[in-house]
Design a protein around this ligand. Structure first.
Ligand code: ZN
Length: 304
């Protein structure tokens, strides 16, 4: 049996895991060290090698392959990193460098792709929609991203951007987005965008958790307006994905994905918008929490 080795690389910390593949995989070792991205690229790659050495010592095993979750993506054309918020990685051949340093093949995927894969292989999709062939995993938090899994494998796309629905335009005259366009999905209902909208209509600064609670308690018309706008916009935005991909399941991660109204009102809005008279695609709440990143990284070699 081949063990699965994964590392989830973040800006401040990195986490490594070794899984014994099984119906419910067994965690053999799980370790976390600082990534120190502020100290530069060579420091980060050095820390990755250090973490692998620590995992070897802790487990008595040696990796044959490594999966890595990264903040941005590996550009399929240039084989260098792009769109990383840990900016020291951008423009660097991270995959080739780690392969050279460790002497084993490495696969990379961004956090949304790792999330989608982890929930498919080991999380809510496995438990509640076990025959799913196409899964769309969505992260709706500070930003809005997405990843596509087909037959238990990440579908990266020609340019490495498959699933990036967060920068589809939703409103022509909408809020400006950091990507340079206006009215992107992300600029409309990421966590910070929802909080900004609430402040705009109410004049008050309230965080998303409180907005959601105010809506549920029914005592704040501004909160209800914010959540109703979210479910309506979500239905429209996700319908474009469903019309093209027609997935078996959509997993909604991140702080915004936790809002219950998405699974009721949001689903109804989706029904109104898709090109079909019913919706069989299921909306699921993720199960793995913060562990999705590292489980997804390990899962990148799961079919081997
Ligand atoms: Zn954008």
């Amino acid at each position: 049996m081949k063990h699965l080795w994964g590392i989830d690389l973040g800006g401040t910390k990195m986490e490594g895991i070794i899984l014994e593949p099984a119906e419910s995989p067994v965690t053999i070792c799980r370790l976390r060290i600082p990534s120190g991205a502020e100290k530069g690229y060579e420091h980060v790659t050095g820390q990755i090698v250090t973490l692998v050495e620590m995992m070897k010592t802790a487990s008595g095993l040696k990796p044959e392959r490594l999966g890595m979750g990264t903040p941005g993506i590996l550009d399929p054309l240039t084989q260098t990193m792009k769109n990383c918020n840990s900016v020291c990685l951008n423009g660097r051949p991270l995959k080739a460098d780690i392969e050279k340093m460790l002497g084993i093949p490495v696969r990379l995927a961004n956090d949304a792709n790792c999330f989608a894969l982890a929930e498919t292989l080991y999380g809510v999709v496995k438990d509640e929609c076990p025959n799913a062939r196409v899964v769309f995993g969505v992260i709706m938090g500070t930003g809005v991203g997405g990843g596509i899994v087909i037959d238990n494998k990440v579908w990266e796309g020609k340019q490495g951007i498959a699933g990036e629905w967060g920068h589809n335009q939703l409103e022509e005259n909408g809020e400006p987005c950091y990507c340079g366009k206006n009215g992107c999905v992300e600029a409309t209902f990421s966590g910070p965008s929802l909080e900004k909208y609430y402040t705009k209509i109410s004049g008050r600064k309230v965080n998303l958790k409180e907005i959601t609670e105010l809506h549920v308690s029914g005592g704040d018309a501004f909160a209800t307006q914010t959540i109703n706008r979210l479910t309506s916009m979500f239905g429209k935005a996700i319908s474009t994905v469903v019309n093209i991909l027609d997935p078996d399941a959509i997993v909604l991660g991140g702080g915004v994905g936790n809002i219950d109204a998405l699974y009721t009102d949001g689903l109804n809005e989706l029904k109104k918008s898709i090109f079909n008279n019913r919706v069989e695609t299921v909306l699921l709440k993720p199960k793995l929490g913060d562990s999705a990143g590292v489980f997804g990284a390990a899962g990148l070699w799961s079919e081997q």
